[in-house]
Write a protein that binds this ligand. Structure first.
Ligand SMILES: [Zn+2]
Length: 260
């Protein structure tokens, strides 16, 4: 009887240990860039290369001005990011709030970006970011059916791969005024916690409330470099995390903060 109790007590420990393929190092940071503003191509990508950092670009055709190349990247520029080695990932075709979207429409929004990437010789995206942090559990079935590994939300806290469902990754979003919060966030990249940042434009001409000024962006990159952070794209978390196991073992918790 005692043996049985011990075995039952150990099941969750063994189960959760299977989620990690290897230990999460301290100072692990994921940089993500949303909405395909023009500055991602002209400013962000060259700076990231200069520092040797990887990153994920969550692209969409942001209405109504996505075709205006002074405001947004065109698909040739997005293709160029992929050729530079960055991850080009899915943010839906039209920046759709998916919580109220019929399933078929969500699928077609995803597939538009997948087909664009495929036609340009880019990898078909395996990570997703919820536009406007709008999400629901029904989206999980669609993402799982299409083979997505991770989906990023908000919430301003560190990602704990043993507790957070792979389709509910938390992140902090930067803006012109929250430098102290972001510098504090970097300190959370320890003891198994992974820090994921959401950037918009540097600058963001269309959405100034999520603008990150160039000087501040450079400061963040310099800080990460000076302090020996490992800076990766979201897809690279698959080398640390068995997403299938994580999906099986972790109950999604919608009560946690998920918006920025
Ligand atoms: Zn967005």
């Amino acid at each position: 009887m005692k043996k049985l109790i011990i075995i039952l007590l150990l099941i969750p420990i063994f189960g959760y240990s299977q989620i990690l393929k290897r230990d999460i190092p301290d100072k692990l940071v994921v940089l993500t860039f949303d909405d395909a503003p023009a500055s991602h191509y002209s400013v962000v990508a060259p700076l990231l290369k200069q520092y040797g950092f990887d990153a994920t670009f969550f692209v969409c055709e942001f209405p109504p001005n996505y075709a205006d190349s002074t405001k947004y990247m065109n698909w040739r520029q997005i293709q160029e990011l992929g050729k530079m080695g960055f991850e080009v990932a899915n943010h839906t075709k039209s920046h759709a709030g998916i919580a109220k979207l019929p399933k078929e429409k969500f699928i077609s929004e995803l597939e538009y970006i997948e087909q664009k990437c495929d036609s340009l010789g880019l990898d078909i995206p395996v990570t997703f970011a919820y536009p406007g942090y709008s999400l629901n559990e029904q989206a999980f079935y669609v993402l799982e059916g299409k083979g997505y590994s991770f989906a990023r939300a908000g919430g301003s806290r560190a990602y704990d791969p043993l507790k957070d469902h792979p389709y509910l990754l938390p992140s902090w979003a930067t803006d012109a005024g929250n430098k102290p919060q972001i510098l504090d966030a970097f300190k959370e990249a320890k003891n198994g916690g992974i820090v994921i940042l959401t950037f918009h434009g540097v600058p963001d001409l269309e959405h100034p409330w999520v603008d990150t000024p160039l000087e501040l962006f450079k400061e963040y990159l310099q800080y990460l470099s000076d302090n020996n952070f490992k800076v990766i794209a979201l897809r690279d978390l698959e080398s640390y995390i068995d997403v299938e196991k994580a999906r099986q073992l972790i109950e999604p918790d919608f009560s946690k903060p998920l918006k920025n």
